[in-house]
Design a protein around this ligand. Structure first.
Ligand code: SF4
Length: 310
């Protein structure tokens, strides 16, 4: 099949649009989607702008960093710094970290690393091996600690925004999971953040309209350095169910995932409280629903604080 825009051989069919793309037109399409989202999410023009980019070394975050670099490299008002969170997962994070370092080196982007070990005195391998009773899955332990370090990194960088490599599949799953849990507030607080949230650097997710498949293909066609390994602890059962459900709905009706994203956009548009403020953790100051944020609870810092007080 030929490209819908020229006579070259197609490498991809977009099922929602019913169009075929050759390698060049496919890259143009991905870059146009990225630039539009970036413009919409950053909003007004800024005099100076610092963007912290969370890079795991996987295809999504590596493509995000590459596209930010490609789009903004001539713009002297914008400063990009990348950071990686090292959860201490042998056979996974060490490989991602190596790829992240390599890509940042190639693009000439400053790169910092924050580790679970330094911040919490333990890493994920130790936590899982210790036999500690993990509520849900290792992800329910790891996620809040990652968020804590993400906030820490973006504050250290003094960033105006932190950019995350969240693709359409991940984003639609997060929306669906919050819906299924009936967690309206958390759903409304999902990135992108147009307004500042208490104690949190605003997050942008300019890949959110591009599917995992599209990002993977773009990374390959553009030879973007990335690691392909999977986290051995990725057993989030609820997310896996949401992924399967949405994938089958997408096959039956292409465009379902994009429709879910537009649904959230409309909700946010109509909700004057999309900057719903939440409290601050007594221990570290991060956003928290109760007295302590989930990261301090998971890492046991809340107990230390209470025993100190008693
Ligand atoms: Fe952590 Fe889960 Fe991500 Fe692995 S998949 S890095 S355990 S949040």
């Amino acid at each position: 099949m030929n490209c819908s825009f020229c006579n070259r051989k197609a490498v991809y069919k977009n099922e929602v649009q019913g169009r075929y793309y050759c390698d060049t037109h496919f890259s143009n399409y991905v870059e146009a989607s990225f630039r539009k989202e970036l413009r919409d999410q950053l909003g007004r023009t800024h005099d100076q702008l610092k963007i912290a980019v969370a890079i795991s070394g996987g295809k999504d975050s590596s493509t995000l960093l590459y596209l930010l670099w490609k789009t903004l490299k001539e713009n002297r008002k914008v400063h990009i710094t990348a950071f990686t969170i090292d959860e201490g997962i042998e056979g996974y994070r060490n490989l991602g970290l190596e790829s992240a370092r390599k890509l940042c080196g190639e693009l000439g982007i400053e790169h910092m690393v924050l580790s679970f070990n330094e911040r919490f005195g333990k890493d994920m391998d130790t936590i899982v091996k210790s036999g500690i009773k993990l509520e849900g899955s290792p992800c329910s332990y790891c996620g809040p600690m990652r968020r804590d370090l993400m906030n820490r990194a973006s504050t250290m960088i003094n960033a105006d925004y932190v950019a995350l490599g969240i693709n359409l599949d991940d984003y639609a799953q997060s929306i669906a999971m919050n819906f299924l849990r009936g967690d309206y507030e958390r759903m409304i607080r999902l990135a992108p953040h147009k307004r500042k949230l208490d104690g949190m650097v605003r997050r942008i997710i300019p890949l959110r309209k591009l599917s995992e498949k599209e990002i993977k293909l773009y990374a390959i066609l553009n030879s973007i350095e990335h690691d392909q390994s999977w986290c051995p602890f990725s057993l989030d059962a609820q997310r896996n169910k949401a992924r399967d459900l949405l994938n089958s709905l997408e096959v039956e009706r292409p465009g379902t995932k994009l429709a879910i994203v537009s649904f959230l956009d409309s909700l946010k548009e109509n909700n004057k409280q999309d900057n719903l403020s939440i409290g601050k953790c007594k221990k570290c100051g991060n956003p928290a629903n109760g007295q302590y944020c989930s990261s301090c609870i998971k890492s046991g810092f809340d107990k230390e604080e209470e025993s100190f007080q008693s």
